[in-house]
Design a protein. Structure first.
Length: 190
């Protein structure tokens, strides 16, 4: 593990802002794309879930902007706090999604989506700690884990038929579709 100098200005030179933004993009962003016409209860569930995800998008956008500014200014502790705040916001969104009643036939898939989302929150918290300490190796490790989880997450959400909660509904801070199915930070629509 390489510890970078504690001086955030010097540390930011060793951790390019583009790398940190890419890490944040891979960690947590948007919830699924496509549509499903299998049955009305699935359509209703998707509509309810997408409405929840839409409520979190503005806060996510603000937090991502703050994160990007802090990274750009070499303010790693502030960036880490913004990242943690995004993870907490995403976790609150997952709590609300978990409170919805999924169609019986889809409960296993919805549970998998929520579980993957919670794993993404855990990885985001690890990344926030790594950002705050300037630990480049830990950031890289968290980024790799996040990329794998994001790919799995988007495969499920897109396949299920989410719009706003998924990669097609993610934009700006919550993300847009990209490598491994995501870009954006911890974004509200994850």
């Amino acid at each position: 593990m390489v510890n970078l100098p504690s001086d955030t200005t010097r540390a930011s030179r060793f951790i390019p802002a583009a790398f940190l933004c890419a890490l944040s993009i891979a960690l947590l962003a948007g919830c699924g794309g496509g549509s499903s016409e299998e049955d009305l209860s699935r359509e209703g569930f998707i509509a309810d879930a997408d409405a929840i995800c839409a409520q979190y998008q503005p806060t996510s956008a603000t937090l991502e902007q703050q994160f990007n500014q802090a990274i750009g200014n070499g303010e790693l502790e502030d960036a880490a706090q913004d990242f943690e705040d995004q993870a907490a916001d995403f976790s609150a969104m997952l709590d609300e999604l978990e409170g919805l009643t999924a169609p019986t036939a889809d409960q296993t898939t919805v549970t998998q989506i929520i579980d993957l989302g919670r794993q993404r929150v855990d990885i985001a918290k690890e990344a926030a700690d790594a950002i705050a300490s300037g630990d480049k190796d830990a950031m890289i490790s968290a980024g790799k884990k996040a990329s794998i989880l994001a790919g799995q997450y988007y495969q499920l959400t897109d396949g299920f038929g989410f719009e706003t909660c998924g990669s097609s509904g993610a934009s700006g801070t919550t993300g847009t579709t990209g490598p491994a199915g995501s870009t954006g930070t911890t974004g509200a629509t994850s």
